[in-house]
Design a protein around this ligand. Structure first.
Ligand SMILES: Cc1ncc(COP(=O)(O)O)c(C=O)c1O
Length: 441
């Protein structure tokens, strides 16, 4: 039996126990027609396994965009990991979560001068997306900045199975093509020894482990060429990005040990003691830790099948709604009357007012009635963090859960439910009280 935390996710039985505990402890009220949960024990176990599989000086900067809740980020930092920021706002989230600056890496492809200046002052790690940005950094960097600076490289290993999240093909708009790095990087690195990093990211989901291995081999070979040209070893930091495959509907999880075996065989030098190897996993760490429960508000019939109407739709599951051919989730009924006979295929619809708000097709759910609770599994990544304001529904309550040694289930509020009043404030001229937009009429 595989007891890796990366192969584990909350079972329907555990989910029922958590729901009962949440109700008993008075955390779930009538307005909580949908609630999102994050299994913080599982998150800890996954991070511990990740850390254990890599060399001791590796730095795992977990991608904030996968789950930007500060309490989740705090749990990540508490395990000794760092955070990868895709915007300056995410840099601020990392700081709010107590992440030391040397464990934050800022990777956006559109960093402004002001954002670069602030990051260099804070000592945040930076990966420049291109030579123009590297030149800006050279110009802006105060001599006493502790920021370690790297260059993002496109390893050109080709696209994975999902075009919109693949970034290592020839058409990618991220990083400098690997075959054009040496000439531009050598003179800059020669003059500025603090340019010490190389970074690549292949894509998110749909990336075969062989592509990760090929990218690592390409970046390791590039580093050798750079060192030959410089006549000294300088690039001691290699950040191999994120993108380990996550198991949603049978893709199979990528376990850290398996990932390390494949990548270290292809690029052993990246695993040597003189290298700080960085990763930026997001989805593979977080997705399976999260699940969401929604009341079935109505059951309807259409010419294409029976429809269960949930309180979570394209606002929460944007990719499954807009690209169902690539993104699917498992659903189960955890609170209701299990139907007799073979599970009927259901259409699972969200609450939004457009035809495409379908988050599951041909879902085998058994009998479903209004008032039942349906669980959407594996929603711990790219869900709350991609929340859409279409139709202005409030973000549901997000609860973290852990099991005490006594067996008792304990909750942390990771984010309180947005009320209709909160949403009205959100769409007002000055939702955050900045005293702007109050010009005389
Ligand atoms: C540069 C970079 N690093 C890391 C990630 C995280 O990828 P994943 O969540 O698939 O691990 C992304 C996601 O798009 C990214 O663009």
């Amino acid at each position: 039996m595989n007891d890796s935390a990366w192969a584990r996710r909350p079972t329907d039985h555990e989910i029922r126990e958590v729901l009962v505990a949440g109700r008993t402890q008075g955390l779930l009220g009538e307005a909580d027609t949908a609630v999102v949960f994050h299994d913080l024990d599982l998150l800890d176990d996954r991070l511990d396994e990740l850390v254990a599989a890599f060399p001791p000086n590796a730095l795992h900067a977990i991608a904030i965009k996968a789950n930007p809740l500060i309490e989740v980020l705090r749990a990540v930092v508490a395990r000794g990991c760092g955070l990868e920021a895709a915007s300056f706002e995410e840099v601020m989230l990392a700081r709010a979560a107590g992440c030391p600056p040397d464990r934050i890496v800022f990777d956006s492809p559109a960093k402004s001068v002001a954002e670069l200046r602030a990051s260099l002052e804070l000592g945040i790690r930076l990966n420049a997306d291109n030579f123009d940005e590297l030149d800006r950094i050279i110009e802006l960097r105060p001599p006493d900045s502790t920021s370690i600076v790297g260059l993002r490289v496109n390893p050109l290993v080709g696209d994975g199975s999902i075009p919109t999240t693949s970034v290592a093909g020839a058409a990618s708009r991220f990083g400098v093509r690997i075959d054009r790095v040496v000439d531009g990087l050598v003179p800059r690195a020669e003059a500025h020894p603090w340019i010490r990093g190389l970074h690549h990211h292949v894509g998110s989901q749909g990336i075969a482990i062989d592509a990760h291995a090929a990218a690592a081999a390409a970046t390791a070979a590039l580093r050798d060429r750079l060192h030959d040209a410089l006549g000294r070893p300088q690039f001691d930091t290699v950040d191999i990005g994120g993108g380990a495959t996550t198991d949603y509907v049978g893709e199979g999880p990528t376990e850290p040990a398996e990932f390390v075996a494949a990548v270290s065989a292809a690029a052993p030098s990246l695993f040597a003691a003189d290298t700080v190897l960085m990763t930026e996993f997001g989805r593979a760490v977080q997705a399976n830790c999260g699940w969401a429960a929604s009341t079935v508000e109505y059951v309807k019939q259409s010419s294409e099948g029976d429809i269960a109407v949930l309180h979570l739709g394209a606002d929460f599951l944007m990719r499954p709604a807009y690209q169902p051919e690539h993104w699917q989730h498992r659903f189960s009924v955890v609170d209701g009357t299990p139907g007799a006979g073979p599970p009927a295929p259901w259409i699972v619809s969200g609450p939004l007012c457009f035809a495409g708000d379908i988050v599951g097709r041909s879902v085998p759910l058994g009998a479903v009635s209004a008032g039942d609770t349906v669980v959407v599994h594996d929603v711990g990544a790219y869900t709350v963090g991609m929340w859409s304001r279409h139709c202005s529904r409030g973000i549901p309550l997000v609860l973290g859960h852990r099991r005490a040694p006594t067996g008792e289930i304990r909750f942390d509020v990771l984010r309180a439910r947005e009320s209709p009043e909160d949403v009205v404030r959100f769409w007002s001229a000055d939702p955050f009280g900045h005293q702007v937009g109050s010009a005389p009429r």
